[in-house]
Design a protein around this ligand. Structure first.
Ligand code: BGC
Length: 503
């Protein structure tokens, strides 16, 4: 591989780590072990990953146009950012209550939870939960097997908590792009994050679940609400902070949802009120619009993934891919004699051997360099000295900073959209956040917030990390849907009364 592709970001400063223009640059003093000549070559090499404020503004403005395309009645079909209506029409008002089952599928594990929403406590309580691993073969095998496995896991759980005879309403967090026809009808558009089960794309996921439960015949479920993890996160956070109108995930995958005005949701009838839109921003760039930001390493990660050409933005940002981008960068730097005395190792040459969690560990404030030494020598069998450790730390810093900045730029686009929708000069809002990249990395949240502040001076955004949005949030969506259903039933009944009186 040759050195990185020109990305139009060469206006970025040549700094030791990717800085926004007006940041102080005196914090990283730990490059001492690296000679100035080597450091200068390393910085040159990493330059394509640095995104200037101007570049980030461009990214944000491209996304703004894509949000509009995704919402349009006709333009949405070919839009890379899908902007999926979720049929979630309200955030919690704090009066929700009840017992629910919540299912969560979106990564390598499947979870089932028994959740109680307590109005008095203003809390969503996780009563019990169980996790079931999804074996790698099952992630890419027949869909029926996946759903049978899920149904079996739920059966085992209900049995263990002695609720098999109770029919509970269910919130299903299914964290893949789905075209929702209603809150309980959700057609999978395509798998992401390493899943590729046959016979599921284009199908109604609720029906597949119900069929699997029917095949067993030993328990039943009540009404179902389908939930994306971003929506669960927003709703869970919204129970405590009613100004939470955005949900964001930066974990294995990345995505965000927000409350959009119904008048702009052209695909769903009605102009009144709001609806939560699952943006599926991971697909941003799938039409080639981010080519000037992608490096050759991003292109390579995409090419060798199980879904080339799909979720371009996600592949530059999220946990499933960050480590792999880093691995390719390290190999190329070794080949250019910038690392490990020009050597590589069998482990380093093995796909996915550089795990994303290594990035967080290597960037730890005090212990990072020690971690680097251990990971490079023990896990990856590389001849790494102190200089290598510092350079690898800079690579990690550069990639995680780029990820945080790209997410920040995308979040700014959404916040500004809400602000404009409401004709506000200034917006104060809360974002519910979850995902291991955001929560586990030592500096990620700071860098993201710093980007948001720099790019969106008219928005005052508070970040709230939610505790288990995918589990508790699913119950919250179900609870709000029930509240709205009861409310509209009451309205219908009272309409009926009025007619009776007229007669
Ligand atoms: C999926 C989204 C999900 C995100 C975070 C993406 O790959 O397409 O639906 O919200 O990952 O889990």
């Amino acid at each position: 591989m040759t050195s990185a592709v020109a990305n139009g970001a060469t206006d970025a400063p040549r700094a030791k780590r990717a800085r926004l223009e007006d940041e102080d640059s005196d914090e990283d003093s730990d490059e001492a072990a690296v000679s100035p000549a080597t450091m200068s070559k390393v910085e040159d090499f990493l330059l394509p990953f640095q995104l200037s404020r101007e570049k980030l503004r461009e990214v944000s403005s491209k996304l703004r146009k894509d949000l509009i395309r995704g919402l349009g009645k006709h333009t949405h079909r070919r839009a890379p950012v899908k902007m999926l209506p979720t049929f979630v029409r309200d955030t919690p008002d704090g009066t929700e209550t009840g017992d629910f089952l919540a299912l969560d599928l979106g990564g390598t594990n499947f979870r089932v939870l028994h959740v109680r929403v307590e109005e008095n406590l203003q809390k969503v309580l996780k009563m019990d939960s169980q996790e079931c691993a999804i074996p790698q073969e099952m992630m890419q095998g027949p869909g029926e097997e996946l759903f049978d496995h899920i149904a079996a896991c739920v059966a085992e759980f209900l049995e263990s908590i002695e609720l098999k005879d109770k029919v509970l309403p269910l919130g299903f967090t299914f964290s893949f792009p789905c075209e929702q026809k209603d809150i309980d009808m959700s057609i999978l558009i395509r798998w992401t994050k390493g899943f590729a089960c046959s016979g599921v794309e284009g199908q109604n996921v609720v029906q597949l679940l119900r069929e699997a439960i029917k095949r067993r015949g030993d328990y039943d479920i009540g009404s179902v609400a389908m939930v994306n993890d971003t929506v669960g996160t927003m709703m869970n956070c919204g129970y405590q902070d009613q100004s939470c109108e955005i949900g964001m995930i930066i974990g294995t995958g990345t995505n965000a949802c927000y409350m959009e005005e119904m008048r702009n949701v052209k695909r769903v009838e009605g102009d009144e009120g709001r609806m939560c839109i699952n943006t599926e921003w991971g697909g941003f760039g799938d039409d080639g619009s981010l080519r000037d930001v992608q490096t050759e390493f991003d292109v390579e990660v995409d090419r060798t993934s199980i879904n080339p050409g799909v979720h371009t933005f996600e592949k530059m940002i999220s946990g499933m891919y960050l480590g792999e981008v880093a691995r390719l960068v390290l190999i190329e730097m070794a080949k250019k004699n910038l690392l490990f005395g020009g050597e590589t190792s069998e482990a380093l040459l093995t796909p996915d051997s550089f795990e994303t969690r290594f990035i967080s560990e290597i960037e730890e404030e005090d212990t990072g360099l020690e971690h680097a030494q251990q990971i490079l020598t023990e896990d990856l069998g590389l001849p790494a000295g102190p200089e290598d450790c510092e350079i690898v730390r800079l690579v990690c810093d550069t990639l995680s900073t780029r990820s945080a900045r790209l997410c920040g730029a995308a979040l700014v686009t959404i916040a500004n959209r809400i602000r404009n929708n409401r004709g506000l000069t200034h917006l104060t809002t809360t974002v519910g956040v979850d995902g291991t990249v955001y929560t586990k990395h030592p500096h990620y949240s700071d860098r993201l917030e710093e980007t948001v502040k720099a790019l969106a001076p008219k928005c005052n955004i508070k970040f709230m990390v939610t505790d288990d949005g995918s589990g508790k949030g699913a119950a919250m969506v179900t609870a709000v849907a029930q509240r709205l259903a009861i409310h509209s039933k009451l309205l219908e009944d009272s309409d009926g009364d009025e007619e009776d009186e007229d007669e």
